[in-house]
Design a protein around this ligand. Structure first.
Ligand code: MD6
Ligand code: FE
Length: 214
């Protein structure tokens, strides 16, 4: 496994693949507003650890905002317009979120990104996301934009087959990743969260992924 180092200059774009760009600290300046908005969303659509189709409980807790949200259960993965927990529509996507996601996509060369989902992942110490592909969306021509908040995480970036080797990238508070084009269906994952204490989020990491699902 090889490592990629973290560049600190905000405004810098590191192209790690034809369709994969790393934007260090891209969202740092609005991070407190993002954290506050996540709190308001979670007050309506609480974080929950979803069940996998295999009947296991995920270690990452999730919620969503936007016109639809990603859900997992015994019957599989899907996008749903209502929160299965409350039966209510997911909270609306804040204007700040969609503007930020479109701005990151633009910087990476994807214009007019108009996400309809923001999946919000909350990692406690030890939580992880095993290698997976994001393949439940209808339109793979749109990229995915990811924003990291709180404790740093080790992100694994793999190939088109689960057994391909992975690169490791440390994602820190405010960092963005943009992921599309020929790299849209690559395997990726997050290693178990290491303990720490973040000034805004304490002992956790929150990740926002913006998608165009439908
Ligand atoms: C995370 N992110 O960083 C999980 N997927 O917590 C993802 O699974 C992800 O960051 C697709 C594109 C970018 C991502
Ligand atoms: Fe993913």
């Amino acid at each position: 496994m090889s490592s990629l180092y973290h560049h600190l200059a905000p405004g810098f774009v590191e192209r790690l693949g034809a369709g994969f760009a790393f934007l260090p600290r891209f969202a740092e300046h609005v991070a407190p507003e993002l954290v506050e908005a996540v709190g308001a969303i979670a007050a309506c659509a609480p974080f929950r650890r979803m069940e996998t189709p295999g009947g296991r409980r995920m270690s990452v807790a999730m919620t969503n905002c936007g016109a639809c949200g990603w859900v997992s259960g015994r019957s599989g993965y899907r996008y749903a317009t209502a929160d299965p927990h409350t039966g209510a529509p997911w909270p609306a996507m804040p204007e700040l979120f969609s503007r930020l996601a479109a701005g990151a996509a633009e910087r990476a060369g994807f214009s007019c990104f108009d996400p309809d989902v923001c999946l919000i992942n909350r990692y406690e110490v030890g939580s992880r996301l095993t290698l997976h592909r994001d393949s439940d969306e209808l339109d793979f021509s749109a990229p995915i934009v990811s924003i990291s908040l709180g404790l740093p995480a080790l992100f694994q970036w793999g190939g088109h087959s689960r057994s391909d080797g992975t690169l490791q990238l440390e994602l820190r508070h405010g960092d963005a990743l943009v992921w599309g084009g020929v790299d849209r269906l690559r395997y990726h994952g997050v290693l178990p969260l290491r303990d720490g204490d973040h000034p805004l989020l304490g002992r956790c990491r929150v990740n926002l992924t913006f998608r165009k699902a439908g």
